[in-house]
Write a protein that binds this ligand. Structure first.
Ligand code: NAD
Length: 262
């Protein structure tokens, strides 16, 4: 597997869930890490120190709100000043909001589009010159099965994730003749706080025990009947950083238990 010693990775939204799984995978291969995301200050500091000592890498943290372009630019410049470069950018931070289109609150639309779509543009724009300077780079956008197919009641999320898949292709073409690649990962259901909230809402709405709500959520979309794990997504991200993946460009890679094969 890839050795990432000497490389610096920024993973947005890495205080939890998939982002943390990816940060762990890249750190285990020797990459220095810049963490980002919300959460309790002391908990994040424990996480930062824990990763640094477990993987013997440098680990920084930046509290940038990914809905704010100026803070995103600051996240990239902070990474360069603290860790020396940005070689790997993983655009992972994301939120969900569920409502029918004619009841979808305007501010929720704006927030989902800002964090799940526009943030990727601002981060790529800021990070790419640093990758070009070093002549190597990996950009990994965490899209979703919802970047390829739709579900009802998720208009902002599905729009944003389809946009991420399109943005991935453009950036891959613009970097095609370089050693910088850009790809999207499209996970199905992963049991993270983002999905737990949807399970809790379903259990409440239909008056179901938690285990039954989980089973129903999977049965509706994911033929394997199992959640994808954050470790599996971390391993795929690590593969995309390897030399073996140098000619994977502009791809939207499904890791979804068969969701989009249907
Ligand atoms: P999560 O809620 O566990 O983690 C989201 C992370 O993003 C957290 O670290 C949170 O602090 C951070 N974050 C949220 N808003 C932010 C903001 N404004 N600025 C900075 N950080 C912010 O969610 P997750 O399930 O791990 O989702 C991660 C990504 O994976 C998202 O883009 C999501 O759309 C995508 N995804 C998730 C699933 C799934 O089933 N869980 C499936 C497909 C795609």
């Amino acid at each position: 597997m890839a050795t990432l010693k000497g490389k610096v990775a920024v993973v947005t939204g890495s205080t939890s869930g998939i982002g943390l799984g990816i940060a762990r995978a890249l750190g285990s291969a020797g990459a220095d890490l810049m963490l980002n995301g919300f959460g309790d200050k002391a908990g994040i500091e424990t996480l930062r120190k824990g990763l640094a000592s477990e993987f013997k890498v440098r680990v920084g943290y930046d509290s940038a709100d990914m809905s704010k372009p100026a803070e995103i630019r600051q996240l990239i410049s902070h990474t360069v000043s603290e860790l020396g470069s940005v070689d790997i950018l993983v655009n992972n931070a994301g939120i969900q909001h569920v409502a029918p289109v004619d009841e979808f609150a305007d501010d929720k639309w704006d927030a989902v589009i800002a964090i799940n779509l526009s943030a990727d543009f601002h981060a790529i724009k800021a990070a790419l010159p640093h990758m070009k300077k070093r002549g190597w780079g990996r950009i990994i956008n965490i899209a979703s099965a919802h970047g390829l197919v739709a579900s009802a009641n998720k208009v902002a999320y599905v729009t944003a994730k389809h946009g991420v898949v399109g943005m991935t292709k453009v950036v891959a073409l613009e970097t095609a003749a370089t050693a910088i690649t850009c790809n999207a990962i499209c996970p199905g259901w992963v049991l993270t706080p983002l999905v737990q909230k949807q399970i809790d809402d379903l259990a409440k709405r239909e008056n179901l025990p938690p285990a039954e709500a989980k089973r129903r959520l999977l049965a509706e979309k994911q033929p394997s009947g199992d959640f994808v794990t954050t470790d599996q997504i971390g391993a795929l991200a690590l593969y995309l950083c390897s030399d073996a993946a140098a000619q994977i460009r502009g791809a939207a890679l499904s890791i979804d238990g068969g969701w989009t094969a249907q």
